[in-house]
Design a protein around this ligand. Structure first.
Ligand code: FMN
Ligand code: SF4
Length: 407
């Protein structure tokens, strides 16, 4: 099994986690460089690096930044999405707990690069320690004067930390904006996209924690630094939250392109796993015949699965995967914001049928109905929650037809 050098998580477990220690280990050099080369060149380096957003939608980070940098409206925002509510996903928490200053340096570079007039960090309600750590680290940066000279009008940059109220949907970018604005966290139809009309209807960059954590090294060492690892279309490393039936559940950092089997081996996965759920509740079940798949955006697309939020949940052969699907169905029915009918009603009906199947009380027509329902939810829901609420169920039905289930 190859050993992979930690890049994003290289300061994990460091004895000292304060600004002085961060600067002593090369921290803040990237922010200084960005200030020296200016916003346009900073965004160009990011674009050249090929950095892809790690929040699930895999959108190129440079394209987002450039749209906001060149926006006509002088009021712009940067939002750090720290909601991390996808089941089985905990890599953003580990990233921040390991290196809060690297994440905040990335955020300050983003603000400088797009001439942001304000920034928000939206933290999952249950992540109290993460919010405290960010607040304390932010205070250290502020006291040392690092929030000066970023805001285009010369005021000290205002970075606000907001706590979620426990709703999964508030990780969806437009629901997140509504929540910060003081409304119910309900998604809005897109377009307009956040880069055009985001937070307070102003041009906004919204990025995931892991995306932003990649920024300091890219700016400090150049676009090639990211491209020196991973694949042509998926440059860099990726954090995976591995949990379930493995001996060492944890966050693992591997270069893109690493086989799934190797990641499972690193986590001490059993030899006879039945399946893994890739990408969280909105992902798909992957079975041993596909464990050789390459963990890159192109590698998962080839096998009709997704990296999603970077969650990998392992299940042994004793697990009844229909019971797992019932649990996922309950999650979606509970977390649907209720704004649109296909999702509000669809997730409930889906859960009822999954409960019937999990209890072994199927009448025979549930699978056909689940399939039709999944098509409606996918095609007609407003946002990603409803559009992906049946993805795992569909992959389970395919696996059942192929005779891959242990139960
Ligand atoms: C239901 C739902 C929940 C989401 N939750 C999160 C989340 O917790 N964290 C996150 O970064 N992105 C989440 N996203 C994706 C965001 O909408 C958005 O694409 C992402 O924050 C953009 O950052 P990136 O370009 O750096 O990936 C979610 C999307 C949906 C549809
Ligand atoms: S798809 Fe679901 S979560 Fe998204 S807006 Fe519609 S009801 Fe709300």
């Amino acid at each position: 099994m190859a050993m992979h050098e930690a890049v994003l998580l290289r300061r994990r477990g460091a004895e000292q986690r304060n600004l002085k220690a961060y600067v002593a280990s090369g921290g803040l050099a990237a922010l200084a460089k960005a200030r020296a080369i200016g916003p346009e060149e900073t965004v160009r380096i990011l674009t050249d690096s090929g950095l892809v957003g790690r929040g699930g939608a895999a959108f190129p980070a440079g394209r987002k930044w450039e749209s906001v940098r060149t926006a006509k409206d002088p009021i712009r925002y940067v939002v750090l999405n720290t909601d991390e509510s996808e089941p089985g996903t905990f890599k953003d928490r580990v990233m921040i707990e390991s290196d809060p200053f690297m994440v905040l340096e990335g955020l300050l570079i983003a603000c400088y690069a797009v001439s942001a007039t304000g920034a928000y960090i939206y933290v999952r309600g249950e992540y109290g320690r993460v919010a405290d750590l960010l607040q304390q680290s932010l205070r250290e940066l502020q006291q040392a004067g690092h929030l000066e000279g970023i805001e285009p009008q010369g005021r000290p940059l205002r970075v606000e930390i907001r706590r979620g109220g426990g709703a999964y949907i508030c990780g969806e970018e437009t629901a997140l904006f509504r929540s910060i604005e003081g409304y119910r966290g309900e998604p809005m139809a897109k377009p307009p996209f956040p880069t055009v009309a985001g937070l307070f209807r102003k041009p906004t960059v919204v990025n995931n924690v892991e995306t932003i954590a990649n920024v300091p090294d890219i700016i400090a060492f150049g676009a090639k630094a990211l491209r020196s690892r991973g694949t042509e279309r998926s440059p860099g490393t990726k954090l995976f939250s591995v949990s379930g039936h493995v001996a060492r559940p944890d966050t693992y950092e591997v270069p893109f392109g690493t086989p799934l089997s190797e990641l499972l081996q690193m986590a001490g996965g059993e030899a006879d796993l039945q399946a893994v759920l890739m990408g969280g509740a909105a992902g798909t079940f992957v079975f041993p015949k596909d464990f050789d798949l390459a963990l890159s955006y192109e590698g998962v697309a080839e096998r009709h699965t997704t990296l999603g939020s970077g969650a990998v949940i392992a299940f042994n052969r004793q697990t009844n995967l229909w019971q797992v699907a019932e649990r996922l169905g309950r999650f979606f029915a509970h977390e649907s914001c209720g704004q649109c009918v296909p999702c509000r009603v669809g997730t409930r009906r889906q859960h009822e049928m999954l409960a019937t199947l999990a209890a072994g009380r199927g009448q025979g027509d549930e699978r056909g109905l689940l399939l039709r329902l999944s098509q409606v939810m996918t095609d007609a829901s407003i946002c990603g929650l409803g559009q992906t609420a049946a993805t795992a169920v569909r992959s389970l039905m395919d696996a059942e037809s192929a005779g891959l289930l242990a139960h």
